[in-house]
Unconditional design. Structure first.
Ligand SMILES: [Zn+2]
Length: 435
């Protein structure tokens, strides 16, 4: 391979529809996932030819593997160490943002013993991010895109984690934030989103009504200059999930995991993890070997696992009813892509009941000291179920994702409490059988 410095790494300057130019590192264009139609980088998310989803197309043609590896390893302990692989400006690390990522990859030997895993079991614990969920990764990407496109207000529709992540990121970066949520959300989620000082608007209606309202606002003069992280900035936002794949491989010593268990809400995270793993192979940063990606859902919202088990290519929407609210998307946009990836890599999609989710939260907490939110209970519970059914090989290296902090979903384990109540005397302590 011809050696080339990183300075020449296909940094492109592309004109947007508003005639301004943006420099987003190796991002070359937006490409339709369905028909391949390409458009210049801009705040658009749907293909003008077929209405398919747009995603970032990169130009990685000129690079030197070892130089890139050295540059990443010398980078900051956050997602910006991977800036050469992300749609962000080269100087992104010097800008005010929450700098999420580089969360712990916990070697979970105690959990491995409980589950009978002998090939190495790891928990990628994303509760360590600034607002305690993986959403900080995707919002950080959207924020940089918003900056590049000249937006001054950051917005989203949310039912919880995302609202907090957007509020916090906007506060740090000096953006106005205006976030829309259903008006009757739990008090805890409202406080977590409101504390950062941005505007928080309750919409009289459910999450679908909130989404519909945001779509109307984007097309209205009232929404001009607004970057909706999960709508008009979605192609950039979604790329943040690739950093999970990069970190897992680097933390394993630049090695692909054999198996990885990922929660499914919209399915975007799983598809981007696959994209990230493939990029590392293409760039020569990891050895090309087979890996399997498994998707995890709650039984009360399992449109993708239902389709997987039925052998279908299309995902039939469901009405969610589960304690895993951060995964409760009944009509997941990336569901069909998840089915493709699970089948292509030899993985599977499985679901667990609410009771199994709670059991798994407690199992992870008592074996590894990690208090996961319900989505983490879903991945751990599904891992156990996949081992029991023989679909996941316990002799292979396995990584399980925990995407959020258990403090966000305390209700799920509300029955957990005191072992005993005693008088402040040793006699009482002994009587309680605790000596
Ligand atoms: Zn298209």
């Amino acid at each position: 391979m011809r050696r080339k410095g990183l300075a020449s790494m296909a940094v492109q300057t592309v004109a947007t529809s508003s005639d301004t130019t943006v420099d987003l590192g190796p991002a070359a264009a937006l490409s339709c996932r369905e028909c391949g139609h390409r458009v210049p980088l801009g705040p658009v998310f749907a293909c003008e030819e077929c209405f398919g989803p747009l995603e970032i197309a990169y130009e990685f043609s000129a690079y030197d593997t070892e130089e890139l590896r050295r540059r990443i390893e010398a980078g900051p302990a956050n997602i910006w160490r991977y800036a050469p692989l992300l749609p962000v400006p080269a100087d992104v690390a010097g800008k005010p943002n929450l700098n999420p990522g580089w969360t712990k990859l916990v070697q979970a030997d105690n959990l491995a013993r409980e589950l009978g895993v002998t090939g190495g079991l790891y928990v990628k614990d994303d509760s360590g991010n600034p607002t305690h969920s993986f959403k900080d990764r995707v919002v950080a990407q959207a924020l940089e895109a918003a900056r590049a496109f000249g937006f001054t207000t950051l917005s989203c529709s949310s039912t919880g984690n995302l609202a907090g992540a957007v509020g916090a990121a906007a506060a740090r970066a000096g953006f106005r934030s205006c976030v829309f949520i259903p008006h009757d959300l739990e008090q805890g989620k409202v406080v977590m989103a409101a504390v950062y000082g941005g505007e928080l608007v309750g919409i009289e209606g459910n999450y679908d009504d909130v989404n519909r309202f945001c779509s109307e606002l984007i097309g209205d003069p009232a929404g001009e200059g607004w970057g909706f992280v999960n709508v008009n900035l979605r192609p950039y936002y979604a790329e943040g999930s690739k950093t999970l794949a990069y970190e897992i491989c680097e933390q394993l010593g630049w090695r692909l995991p054999d198996q990885i268990v990922v929660p499914i809400a919209s399915g975007s995270q799983l598809t981007k993890i696959d994209k990230g793993l493939q990029e590392l192979v293409k760039l020569g940063l990891v050895e090309d070997r087979p890996y399997k990606i498994f998707g995890a859902q709650a039984e009360g919202c399992s449109p993708v696992s239902t389709a997987y088990k039925a052998g279908h290519d299309v995902v039939r929407p469901q009405k969610p009813d589960t304690i895993a609210k951060s995964l409760a998307i009944g009509n997941p946009a990336d569901g069909p892509y998840v089915l493709d990836i699970a089948r292509r890599t030899g993985g599977a999609v499985e679901d667990v009941t609410d009771e199994q989710i709670v059991d798994a939260i407690k199992l992870l907490a008592r074996t590894e000291g990690i208090f996961a939110e319900t989505a983490g209970g879903v991945t751990v519970g599904v891992t156990r179920k996949l081992i029991e059914s023989g679909l996941l090989d316990p002799a292979l290296t396995t990584v399980v994702l925990n995407t959020g902090d258990g403090l966000k979903t305390l209700d799920a384990v509300a029955g957990t409490g005191l072992t005993a109540t005693i008088r402040p005397t040793l006699d009482s302590f002994r009587e309680a059988g605790l000596a």
